[in-house]
Design a protein around this ligand. Structure first.
Ligand SMILES: [Zn+2]
Length: 154
């Protein structure tokens, strides 16, 4: 997905309170600074009408107005070559995750994320370190360098 679209989606999520950030106002200002003025103007026009400025495309249908999106638009979104606007409701379009699950990249991305979050792995790391530490401590506890060195091959 293009950076511009990601910025637009994040901006909308922040403005609608869908995601929580410590300082949303600062991020909103920053995002609005990154997005071209023309696009922000169009986005704001939709918001002024009480609509969301960005809508996901699912199964080739715009989730904003539930109208079918031309396949050419979907293809452009898939290749990230340009941003696209829904012909029916005028929202900026992006492909939702469910549309992209056919790709193998989606599974590869989600698996390491689950591992990183698991608390089991971190406790395993601690427990494997602990015996090494006590072993080193035992060697030091003997006080004499040479006997402890001799005891290792035995
Ligand atoms: Zn639409």
């Amino acid at each position: 997905m293009s950076e511009l679209l990601q910025n637009l989606i994040k901006l909308q999520s922040l403005e609608f309170g869908e995601i929580k950030e410590k300082n949303p106002e600062a991020i909103i200002v920053e995002l609005r600074g990154k997005i071209p003025a023309q696009i922000i103007a169009h986005y704001d026009r939709l918001l002024a009408k009480g609509k969301k400025g960005v809508a996901a495309v699912r199964n080739q249908v715009c989730t904003g107005c539930h109208m079918r999106v031309p396949i050419g638009v979907v293809t452009t979104l898939m290749h990230d070559t340009d941003i696209q606007i829904c012909e029916s409701c005028g929202r900026y379009l992006y492909l939702s995750d469910s549309t992209k699950t056919t790709g193998p990249g989606e599974n590869a991305k989600s698996k390491p994320a689950r591992k990183a979050r698991s608390p089991k792995n971190s406790s395993q790391l601690v427990s494997t370190k602990a015996p090494t530490m006590s072993f080193a401590m035992d060697g030091l506890g003997q006080g004499k360098m040479h006997p402890s060195l001799r005891s290792i091959p035995n």
